[in-house]
Ligand binder design. Structure first.
Ligand code: 6PG
Length: 247
């Protein structure tokens, strides 16, 4: 359904653990090739590091999981600000076969033209999916991870930007970000991100409380428009929860 489920957790450690358990559950539900769309920012780092620990690492069938990224910053691929670079360092380089990691190209394309990188990634996603139209009965991703920015953005879908309204393209370039780092971005569009069995947000810390209050009040912001065609879950820690939602 298009309903969103909010699951409160105690703190960032509990949040990472809850997220890891959902990652495992999604993998177990698909005996074939599993596609996971990762996210950048600081929120998912603890989850990524947890997946690389013995407990998880030894149980994950790495050979049959493909890892994509929901948005990227147009910086060199080894720049610490590069989203996939962060994910690689946190877990992929130690765990996943190189061929199963699908970054958005930022070095091969003209760094000032995110549309070039976007078109390349769109082609890669279509080739992986085996079609140029998304079929609701056959989601592109098993799992899409997301975060929420202070302005209500998610992926690199910033409030009021044309990328938010894009309904045909799978991936688009964003010439300038609304928040730091102010570099061009490449982002999957809402219909592409929605094509998943589960969309999982990680939201933690006091700095998220103000935007979370606005989102829970129903404000029309990209993070509120981002919904899986199937299941959408927000994992929220106590520090991020506005007063009236706390247990
Ligand atoms: C990015 C992310 C972005 C992120 C939010 C939250 O490229 O910045 O993909 O959408 O999820 O900005 O960022 P934090 O996790 O750092 O708060």
């Amino acid at each position: 359904s298009h309903e969103r489920k909010i699951i409160p957790v105690a703190d960032p450690a509990a949040l990472a653990k809850a997220a890891a358990e959902r990652v495992i559950a999604r993998i177990e539900q698909n005996p074939g090739r599993v596609a996971v769309c990762l996210t950048g920012g600081s929120s998912p780092k603890a989850l990524y590091q947890l997946l690389a620990t013995r407990e998880y690492r030894d149980t994950i069938p790495w050979d049959r999981i493909d890892w994509f990224i929901g948005d990227e910053r147009l910086v060199p691929r080894k720049d610490p600000l590069h989203n996939m670079c962060m994910a690689r360092q946190a877990f992929l380089d130690r765990c996943a076969p190189a061929a199963n990691v699908h970054p958005i190209a930022t070095d091969t394309a003209d760094l000032n033209d995110p549309d070039v990188s976007a078109a390349l990634y769109e082609n890669e996603l279509m080739a992986f999916y085996g079609a140029e139209q998304l079929d609701p009965a056959r989601p592109l991703f098993d799992l899409v991870l997301m975060g929420v920015g202070p302005d209500g953005h998610t992926a690199s879908l910033f409030p009021g930007y044309p990328a938010v309204a894009e309904s045909a393209r799978w991936v688009v370039g964003v010439p300038k970000a609304n928040v730091e780092p102010f570099v061009p971005r490449v982002t999957l569009t809402l219909p592409t991100l929605a094509s998943c069995r589960e969309m999982l947000f990680e939201i933690a810390g006091e700095s998220k409380r103000a935007i979370l209050a606005r989102l829970l009040a129903g404000e029309d912001l990209p993070a509120n428009r981002a919904r899986s065609q199937h299941e959408t879950v927000w994992l929220v820690d106590q520090a991020a929860l506005p007063e009236d939602f706390r247990g």
